[in-house]
Design a protein around this ligand. Structure first.
Ligand code: SF4
Length: 138
């Protein structure tokens, strides 16, 4: 069956500028699965799980009082090389890709949208698939 047409049939541009906006500010949650938790513990050397909190959908990274992710320091992610799927797949999330208007809206909060690397439709669908698998596993 042919794939349905999407607004990103010709691809879209995105490049993380490391502005940190998606890691800071308003309260939110970064969901992590058990495998990601173990990986974070291994890389950070933290033995306890004090970087986690229980949320209705599972476990989330905690935030500082100002809403910044606990792993965001000096304008960078301390666990960049192993960052959770939710972070790695941003901004190619279902809610941002459901329409061109949603993508435009997402660009208001993400200055990387519209610049840098051109992602093909196939690449976008692969990343989206990872994000959908993550959501299904919740
Ligand atoms: S884990 Fe890293 S990329 Fe994800 S929100 Fe925290 S600082 Fe940002």
């Amino acid at each position: 069956m042919p794939e349905p047409n999407t607004f990103f049939d010709q691809g879209v541009k995105f490049e993380c500028t490391q502005c940190g906006l998606c890691c800071t500010g308003e309260a939110g949650q970064v969901l992590v699965n058990q495998q990601e938790i173990e990986q974070i513990k291994r890389v950070t050397g933290w033995l306890s799980e004090e970087f986690l909190r229980d949320v209705p959908d599972g476990k989330s990274l905690i935030e500082r009082d100002n809403g910044d992710c606990i792993f965001f320091e000096e304008r960078r992610c301390l666990i960049h090389s192993i960052k959770p799927t939710q972070c790695r797949t941003y901004p190619f999330w279902v809610r941002n890709l459901r329409s061109e208007a949603a993508w435009q809206k997402a660009s208001e909060d993400c200055e990387g949208i519209g610049r840098g690397k051109q992602y093909s439709k196939e690449e976008i669908l692969t990343i989206l698939g990872e994000e959908i698998d993550r959501l299904d596993a919740e």
